[in-house]
Design a binder for this molecule. Sequence first.
Ligand SMILES: NC(=O)C1=CN([C@@H]2O[C@H](COP(=O)(O)OP(=O)(O)OC[C@H]3O[C@@H](n4cnc5c(N)ncnc54)[C@H](OP(=O)(O)O)[C@@H]3O)[C@@H](O)[C@H]2O)C=CC1
Ligand SMILES: CC(=O)[C@@H](O)[C@H](O)COP(=O)(O)O
Ligand SMILES: [Mn+2]
Length: 415
Amino acid sequence: MTLGFDVQDKTVPRRKPGARRSVVILGATGSIGTSTADVILNSNGAFDVVAVAGGRDPIALAKVARELGARFAALADPSGYDALKEALQGTGIKAAAGREAVIEAALQPADIVVGAIAGTAGVEPTYAALSAGRTVALANKECLVCAGAVFIHQAKAMGTRLLPVDSEHNAIFQALGDADSDTIEMMTLTASGGPFRSWTAEAIAKATPEQALKHPNWAMGSKVTIDSAGLMNKGLEVIEAHHIFGIEAERLDVLVHAQSVVHGLVAFRDGSVTAGLAAPDMRVPIAHCLSYPERLTTRARRLDLAAVGQLTFERPDFDRFPALRVALDALRTGQGLPTVLNAANEVAVEAFLNRRISFHDIARLVEACCEAALRDGTAAEPASIEEALAVDHIARESARTLLARGEGFGKLTTC
Ligand SMILES: NC(=O)C1=CN([C@@H]2O[C@H](COP(=O)(O)OP(=O)(O)OC[C@H]3O[C@@H](n4cnc5c(N)ncnc54)[C@H](OP(=O)(O)O)[C@@H]3O)[C@@H](O)[C@H]2O)C=CC1
Ligand SMILES: CC(=O)[C@@H](O)[C@H](O)COP(=O)(O)O
Ligand SMILES: [Mn+2]
């Protein structure tokens, strides 16, 4: 019952208060990576950056490695090695490239590893860090959607902490205080509603990538921004919350809150409700995790409630945003369906961004893959990272086959 609570044991400080912390940043060149760098660079030397890792952009990685004074920079794309090495010449920063290099970065001795790689690419290196006993500040929700039970089991086995960077989960984590799981009636994650919050179903179905990439409140990487536009992000986040807090689906709720000021709420069985509020600025939860249980001073935007004026809340509309229903169904069905959902969604988002399918088809393709996995018996609950990645692989193949045929989820439309 209290699985996730153990992973965030709030009682035991593991290091000397005020001591300099060593940090590894996985996904250092992205939106979360850049916000993390901002927090670190404005912390009066509170952090020592051991290593940074990125995906495909050697120049951006070299830049952030230099700015942060990192000692090791790892790029996932091996073809970028020469450019990375050249960009780091004379700095003394070691350059490496390839999948193993990113894992090597994740395994560098450090107090905390920031998991901010986009998508399932983050699963292996983040799991490696956790397995090496590192405290992980986790932004990369796909790790928990793909292999949540495996991650939580490993965190418990290693006695390591998984701190939630995702804004809703961080807000709930802060709102929880030292509550016991049994005292909680409901946890609520808020959703901005994305750019299509007030659009008709017909208009949403035909939305272009440019329209879907215009998030009203947050500047984020493209994958999570598309997820947000269809409320798939909220579905992934409910699955993330289920694992990170050890709370069953029935006690997890979603409310659309266009202002993105109240990020998460906890309702207790005595009728009390606590909530986590902040201006929509990821430097807030990042700083909270990096300094936990202490507090940093940050340059993050301050919340001015008088300027916000009104806070609004509404129930999500499952008809206009079917992706949320598909994700919640996957969580309720269990087995390896969240793993399938996560994999199929990545394929679908990429296909949408490449204009191969319409916005409407994202949820339809994901649902068709979940149905196929149940029918074919390829959605067994993964007991290890290897098993999770095997289920993920089959689901991707299934999604690509459906995409190529344009079958199984209705006729594909182009936008
Ligand atoms: N942005 C936000 O505000 C929030 C994001 N999150 C989550 O955080 C994660 C990161 O999101 P975000 O920062 O927006 O994404 P971005 O796309 O902006 O950044 C992704 C980062 O991952 C790197 N990367 C990609 N593949 C690999 C790989 N195989 N190995 C190492 N690094 C890799 C990218 O490098 P390169 O650019 O060179 O490819 C980049 O540094 C996602 O899971 C997202 O859902 C959660 C809450 C809020
Ligand atoms: C900032 C953050 O945590 C994102 O995951 C955010 O939740 C996206 O906004 P939506 O509420 O629109 O999904
Ligand atoms: Mn979020």
